[in-house]
Design a protein around this ligand. Structure first.
Ligand code: NAG
Ligand code: NAG
Ligand code: NAG
Ligand code: ZN
Length: 396
């Protein structure tokens, strides 16, 4: 606290001048042109924070194939490339098509202890490669279980893996990954809009595992099934507030601004997942700006799910940036979008005019908006300031 206050007194600090691209061939630094920016190149090769990514949308295709083989589950493809073709969304699609992609592989990993631990561990390894130093990864424990879940998902037969044990296994995989790859990984448990009967379980699991890596509750799924009338989601979120469980909600991705309003006002969301349609309600938008509400933006995802105009140069995040809003850049479901976090950053740079300074600013805001306890949050923010060559904490 003291150090931060003193640093603040210095005022705006001079950021170290680093150009956006480093030529991979010569190692020399130069300003890059669009042509130089292949999808392989990394525009912001610095420590990052990611706050919106689904564990079950971030599994390695190799792992899905391995597990299917071990479990004798027949898949319509034999090679990684063939399977990738089946799973990934190539074109801007609809939410229904997007959700259909999970049907292609969730039955392979659900109900399997080894697979669940493995995908959590590998997830952390993949994030380390993207230079993510802190990630909050989310999933529905019910979707990976095969007992104490009604209905049993993905056409599995009843087994002995409960949502509770799923959370335990994911925690184990994540902590093993944290130790191996020096990335801090926490999790968020998802309620599903179409399954209100699971929501109280979800908040109870958040409470139970609050000190073992679970930091928040989320509500995901079809936004047309909104929850004002649906008291189970609401009750779960009230319990979260009562117990100091942090809250985020998928809202305004494809749904109207009224879903965002409900997320913030009724469910007491502290962050909004996506939130693009907020811009359609200027009163709400101004209010959320004034509140410093954090928006978890997923550029590549928003195009492929059909949530936003497929023309990236018209993306809502451009307005968020102009208004100095509080937001992060995230992958959402890299498996399904065949993407990486670097692709989201490259996209923001190439089509939306994002600069190195903005990448730093948004990462610092992401760190400040994360769901870690205060002390750990401060450490994270300070690590970014250091990595970015910034002297003080008032710059943004
Ligand atoms: C997935 O992305 C990689 C890397 O950008 C690319 O080389 C590959 O062709 C993509 N796969 C498909 C099936 O589109
Ligand atoms: C669900 O499983 C049953 C038997 O296990 C099988 O006969 C049926 O085809 C499966 N349905 C789907 C949609 O996969
Ligand atoms: C974003 O939210 C965090 C946490 O509330 C806050 O510390 C930060 O100042 C906010 N940033 C902006 C630009 O509103
Ligand atoms: Zn999401």
């Amino acid at each position: 606290m003291h150090i931060i206050a003193r640093r603040a007194a210095i005022g705006f600090c001079s950021p170290v001048l680093i150009s956006l691209c480093t030529s991979t061939l010569t190692g020399s630094r130069s300003l890059c042109t669009m042509a130089e920016l292949s999808s392989q190149q990394v525009v912001f090769n610095k420590p990052k924070v990611e706050l919106h990514v689904h564990l079950d949308g971030a599994i390695r295709v190799e792992t899905i194939l391995d597990v299917a083989k071990r479990r004798n589950i027949h898949l319509p493809a034999n090679t990684v490339e063939e399977m990738r073709q089946i799973i990934i969304l190539q074109q801007p699609a609809t939410l229904t098509m997007f959700l259909g992609k999970f049907e292609e592989y969730m039955h392979v990993v659900a109900g399997d202890r080894e697979a669940i631990k493995r995908m959590a561990y590998e997830f952390v390894e993949d994030k380390a490669k993207e230079r993510v130093i802190y990630v909050e990864v989310r999933y529905s424990p019910h979707f990976l279980a095969n007992t104490k879940v009604d209905p049993i998902p993905w056409n599995q037969s009843e087994g002995d893996l409960s949502p509770d044990e799923v959370v335990h296994l994911v925690n184990e995989g994540l902590s093993k990954g944290e130790r191996a790859f020096k990335v801090k990984a926490r999790s968020i448990l998802c309620c599903m809009r179409h399954m209100p009967s699971w929501s109280m379980d979800v908040v109870e699991l958040c409470k139970k595992y609050q000190h073992e890596g679970v930091v928040a509750i989320d509500l995901a799924g079809d936004e047309s099934l909104n929850c004002e009338a649906n008291s189970e989601h609401r009750k779960a979120y009230e319990e979260a507030v009562r117990c100091g469980i942090h809250r985020t909600v998928h809202a305004g991705e494809v749904g109207p601004p009224s879903v965002v309003k409900e997320a913030v006002e009724v469910l007491k969301a502290e962050r909004v997942g996506h939130g693009y349609s907020t811009l359609e309600d200027q009163v709400l938008y101004k209010k959320l700006l004034a509140q410093n509400m954090h928006f978890e933006i997923c550029p590549v995802s928003s195009k492929l799910t059909g949530a936003c105009n497929p023309d990236f140069t018209k993306h809502p995040v451009i307005t968020f940036r102009k208004d100095k809003a509080n937001y992060s850049l995230n992958t959402d479901d890299p498996l399904i979008f065949n993407s990486t976090l670097d692709l989201d950053y490259n996209t923001a740079h190439k089509y939306m005019g994002f600069t190195e300074e903005e990448f730093k600013r948004l990462n610092i805001n992401s760190a400040k908006s994360c769901f870690l306890p205060e002390k750990e949050k401060k450490e994270l923010v300070n690590r970014l300031y250091e990595a970015y060559g910034m002297e003080c904490s008032t710059a943004f």
